[in-house]
Design a binder for this molecule. Structure first.
Ligand code: SF4
Ligand code: SF4
Length: 97
C-alpha cells in the first residue's frame, strides 16, 4: 500500500492526496464555511476546512466553495512536490495580486 506523504511525487495528471498547497497558498475571496465572519481567506493562511491530513473536510459536501471545485491539478502549478506547489502558487498570487 502506498501512503501519500508530503514528498509523494505527483503523477502525470493527478492531485497529490495530502498536499493541500492550494488550500494554503492562494487567497480565496468567496466565503468558506467555518472561516471567521464567513469570509474567504488571505494568501498563506491555512483553510479551516483543511484537516490534519491536508485533506478537505468539505470534499463532496455541497457547502464546499465552487472555486475549490473548479481548481484542478495543474502540473505546471502543482509541480512534483508540495513545497513546489506552495512556492509556485504563492508566486502566482503575488503576480496577480
Ligand atoms: S496544489 Fe495541486 S497537487 Fe496540491 S492539493 Fe492542490 S491540486 Fe492537488
Ligand atoms: S474548502 Fe476545502 S478545498 Fe477549499 S480551500 Fe478549504 S480545504 Fe481547500
Amino acid at each position: 500500500m502506498i501512503t501519500p506523504t508530503d514528498d509523494t511525487p505527483a503523477s502525470a495528471a493527478a492531485c497529490r492526496p495530502g498536499c493541500g498547497a492550494c488550500c494554503i497558498a492562494p487567497s480565496i475571496s468567496t466565503p468558506i464555511p467555518g472561516m471567521p465572519d464567513g469570509n474567504g481567506k488571505p494568501a498563506g493562511m491555512r483553510c479551516v476546512q483543511l484537516d490534519e491530513d491536508n485533506l478537505c473536510r468539505l470534499f463532496g459536501d455541497p457547502r464546499r466553495p465552487a472555486v475549490c471545485e473548479r481548481f484542478g491539478f495543474d502540473a505546471a502549478l502543482c509541480g512534483e512536490r508540495r513545497e513546489q506547489a506552495l512556492e509556485r502558487i504563492a508566486a502566482l498570487e503575488c503576480a496577480t495580486g
